[in-house]
Design a protein around this ligand. Structure first.
Ligand SMILES: C=C(O[C@@H]1C=C(C(=O)O)C=C[C@H]1O)C(=O)O
Length: 113
């Protein structure tokens, strides 16, 4: 059976690892927020929902992050799955922002008529 000291040491190491994960998450969230502002900007330069989805660009981004992960000797599996989920969420967000802006513009035009 494991000694009490050993268990305590494992618990405190796990706490340290989790603290380091929390710190990295703060950096990731800041980067996602920077990315989100750029995605909104890209969305404002598009004319319709099909352009917002831009599947060819999605494949290009995925290829870029896969290659980047491999160049850092990482397994691209997690990076690719994370990016797929993140881009899906960004597209939904871009569409929502766009539809809200369209609704606002229609309401403004109506209230001026
Ligand atoms: C930001 C864009 O729009 C969407 C979001 C993308 C992304 O999050 O990287 C990529 C393509 C589009 O689905 C873009 O076209 O560049």
């Amino acid at each position: 059976m494991e000694s009490l000291d050993h268990q305590r040491s494992m618990t405190s190491q796990l706490d340290d690892v989790r603290t380091a994960i929390d710190e990295i998450d703060e950096e990731i969230v800041a980067l996602i927020w920077r990315r989100e502002r750029l995605v909104r900007l890209a969305g404002s330069l598009k004319d319709n929902d099909a352009e917002v989805k831009a599947p060819a660009r999605v494949e290009e981004v995925l290829e870029h992050v896969r290659t980047t992960a491999q160049a850092q000797d990482g397994d691209p599996t997690v990076v690719e799955a994370t990016y797929r989920a993140m881009i899906d969420a960004f597209i939904d967000y871009e569409l929502k922002v766009r539809h809200e802006a369209q609704t606002r513009a229609k309401l403004d035009a109506f209230s001026r008529s």
